[in-house]
Write a protein that binds this ligand. Structure first.
Ligand SMILES: [Cu+2]
Length: 148
């Protein structure tokens, strides 16, 4: 390969990876130190265009209370994006959709549904819902995931 072509390819490569870095969506994730499924969910976000700021916490229930996560919606980790909470193993596509929902203060995949992102286990899966919490405190179903 001649040198000018190599330089062109190299600069194209650099430009595209810089553009990708700029396009990453920042999100804060709060979790317990020893939470394995939380780390797997973080990897799911990272492979879907998010830049994760990982916060290891000693008191997750205090974090959830501060962020307005209703106890009935609780799971393991709690993320924050654009001032809204994302509780538990919510798929990345729903985190993206939340950014456009001004009517919601947060979304949750309550509990630890098997088969949700970060909760993959030997192909077993539960049906689960992603629930949105409205500004006036009501739960609304924002997505339904069947068992697969
Ligand atoms: Cu979990």
């Amino acid at each position: 390969m001649n040198t000018p072509l190599r330089l062109t390819l190299l600069s194209a490569l650099l430009t595209s990876s810089l553009a990708q870095a700029a396009d990453l969506i920042p999100i804060d994730v709060h979790r317990d130190a020893n939470c394995g499924c939380c780390k797997k969910w973080i990897s799911h976000l990272q492979s879907n265009g998010f830049m994760v700021n990982d916060h290891v916490e000693v008191d997750m229930s205090a974090v959830k209370q501060r962020l307005g996560v209703a106890p009935r919606l609780g799971s393991c980790h709690t993320a924050v994006i654009d001032g809204k909470f994302v509780e538990g193993h919510v798929p990345a596509e729903q985190v993206l959709a939340l950014r456009k929902r001004d009517d919601l203060v947060g979304i949750a995949a309550p509990g630890m549904p098997m088969g949700s992102p970060g909760m993959e286990m030997d192909g077993m899966s539960d049906a689960y819902q992603v629930i949105g919490l409205t500004r006036d405190g009501k739960d609304v179903v924002v997505a339904d995931y069947p068992a697969h």
